[in-house]
Design a protein. Sequence first.
Length: 283
Amino acid sequence: MAKTSGVSTAISDPSPAFGTELRRWRTTRRVSQLELANRAGTTQRHLSFMERGRSHPGRAIVLRLAESLRLTLRERNALLFSAGYAPAYEETSYDAPALAPVREAMERVIEGHLPYPALVLRRPGRVIAANRACSVFLEDCAPHLLTPPIDLLRVMLHPDGIAPRVANLAQWGRHVIDNLRLTAMQSPDRGLDALVAELAGYVPETPADQAYLGFAVPMRLTVPEGELRLMTALTSFATAVDVTVAESVLESFLPADAESAEILAARDRRAAERGETRLLGGL
C-alpha cells in the first residue's frame, strides 16, 4: 500500500518496466551507457544492471537519470512511476489558487504586449489566455475551431481557420510542422504524432523555388487593412517545478515591418474605443 509521506516512498512493487523505459530514453537521446552513467554520477555496470532489471534503482538515481536525459517534468514523473515511485512534480490546475501569481504574471505580460498579439499556451497549442489583438486570428474561423479549449495550431493551419488568409501557407506552415515534428522526436508521444500527421495534411508542399533566406519566416496574414507580416517569439519557464507551469509558454507575434506595426496599432486603438477588455474572454 502506498504511503502518504516520504520523498522516496515506493507506490508499488519494483517494476521491470523501468529498465525498458530507461533504455528507450537513452536510445532516443542517443547516449551511451558510459556517458549517461557519468552524467548521473553512477557506474556503467550499475546502469546496465538497471536496464536489464537486475538492480532496482532508488528514487534519487531515477531523478538524476531523468535530469541527465533532459526529460520533461511529465516524463520524469512517468519514469519514476515505472520504477514504482510517486511522482515528484505536481500538475496543478491553471485556475487553482496556488498558481494565481503565475497566472497573473503571464496575463500582465500578454496585456503589456498590446497592440501586438500574444497568448499563453499549454503545449503544444491549447490556448489558456490571449490579449485582444489575437482576435485577428479568430476572424472568419469556423465555430468548431473556436469551441474551448481552442487549439492555436488548428486555428492557424486548418482550412476552416485562418489558413486561407495565410499568403505563404506552404512555406510558413511547413516551418511550424517541422518544429512540432522535432518536439515529437525529442519527446515521443502518440497523441503528438497524431497531431503532427493531422496538421501536415492541411499544409501544401513547399515549392522548391520558395526557400526563405531572411532572418526569420514571417506569417503573411491577409486582413481588411492589408497584409500583416508577423514573426513568432516563444518564452517558457526554465526553472519550473510544476508540470502545468513547465508546459506553459508565452507566444507573441511581432510585426516584421512598419506597415504591420501600424495596422496592429490602429486595430488596437479601435478596440479600445469600443471598450473591449485587454484580454479575450471565453477561452
